[in-house]
Design a protein around this ligand. Sequence first.
Ligand code: DI6
Ligand code: FE
Length: 410
Amino acid sequence: MSEWDALWINGHLATMAPGDAAYGTIEDGAIAVSDDRIAWVGRRADLPGEAAGLAREVHDLGGCWVTPGLIDCHTHLVWGGDRAREFELRLEGASYEELAKAGGGILSTVKATRETPAEALYEAAVPRLQSLMADGVTTVEVKSGYGLDAENEAKQLSVARRQGEAFPVDVVTTFLGAHALPPEFAGNTGGYIDEVVTSMLPQAHARGLVDMVDAFCETIAFSPEETARVFDKARELDLPVKLHADQLSDLNGAALAARYGALSAEHLEWTNDAGIQAMAVAGTVAVLLPGAFYQLRETKLPPIEGFRRAGVPIAIATDCNPGSAPVFSLLLMVNMACILFRLTPEEALAGVTRNAARALGRADRLGTLEAGKQADMAVWRIDRPADLAYRIGFNPLVSRVKSGHVTRVS
Ligand code: DI6
Ligand code: FE
């Protein structure tokens, strides 16, 4: 008989695996881990013997629920400085676009990030990462985009990589060189895109710092044509793409992302029907960011019903960044996705597990509790999975399991 490293019993599983049961629920379930993988999942009654004889360690869940480790599939976690002053100005009536055009917004964070040494950037990002991990997060995507030159983009991405090595969390890095036009290229967007595609992206990729490529396709950032140039280069380098699309205006960003077979398109408040259909055909995930919607007091809702009807998978993320989304809780985003975007709790939870894994191109190993997948789990003291969406500012996490290793929360 096989001897597993560890076995969890006496609790319930929200496997989030697709199927008939809501949340992929297995009541009175059992889950076994060997090395860094899930070895067995099912009903406790179907275990092939007495629990004590099956694994070296047996954990009693005491009636808790287990979900897949949560996945935050869209963050800008590494930055210098802060934007509290901009927050005040926005409360006094300035718009996000006005501040950006006046050289504030993203460019003020670029200035601060360039001036901050790598070590200080790392230290500043640690509590942000820890805050996400405290919500049961086991995988985080981290974008560059506040360096906007070869050296500083690499600095940001290296810090993100180092965090993944130092903490029990998988960090997936995304090159976002086409995030804003740096001041030294003012009036020369084409020249900057040349720099991105001939120098910055290839260099960061050659240093092993890039898992995916993103761009900000928006009136205050880059046009669809400029975005396409970045995506052509990504394709040449065999890197998957995703896109900040249709956040503040409809530039047909979703359709552009789909045309390049993007893993995901993100924000999508202004996405039109053709974009929805194109995403459905391409299998592109819609990553919705309720924290940015809330913080910018947006009123235009993303076309949720259109995504549902077309079968576009929906993911939810924090967008953690110093400007539009100073958000450090993925559980809060699960609640906001339900309240602001009217997702069901089950859709919202799929959005931070199964569909978030897909948005990162990692659905084969992350996002559900199924045999063979990486043993990333979160254990919660809750009565039903919907409790994770229902409460605001309450964290029922009991323990976090990353690649089979347990971290107790208290
Ligand atoms: N959209 C966003 O959500 C972030 N970047 C972007 O293109 C916001 C970045 C910021 O405001 O600093
Ligand atoms: Fe973003």
